[in-house]
Unconditional design. Structure first.
Length: 108
């Protein structure tokens, strides 16, 4: 059995995700992605991005988001991209230990 490096309780919609009656545990890459979602939320950058109408300023905020994600020591610097989609953004990059990731950041 392979040991996981990271583990955490999964949070969905600001509440514990349950696996029956117990909290659901997530591991490794999923923990990193959850940490990134929480860091982005706490940074306030997504609210600023949604509220900004000027394209140039939006690009600056997008760069701040990329820098925030790449500041995580588990993420390979220079690997992160942020692409605008219809209902949000696609955040993609690479972790050192758990390969590539893609995470949709929605406006909802």
């Amino acid at each position: 059995m392979t040991m996981s490096r990271y583990s955490d309780i999964q949070i969905l919609d600001d509440d514990l995700a349950l696996d029956g009656v117990q909290a659901k545990i997530i591991y490794d890459r999923d923990v990193i992605l959850q940490d990134l979602r929480h860091a982005l939320r706490e940074s306030g950058l997504l609210i600023r991005l949604i509220g900004e109408r000027l394209r140039g300023r939006r690009r600056l905020i997008e760069q701040e988001i990329i820098e925030l994600v790449e500041d995580d020591s588990r993420i390979v610097p220079g690997s992160v991209t942020l692409s605008e989609e219809t209902n949000g953004y696609l955040l993609a990059g690479r972790t050192y230990e758990f390969s590539d990731f893609q995470e949709t950041i929605s406006y909802d």
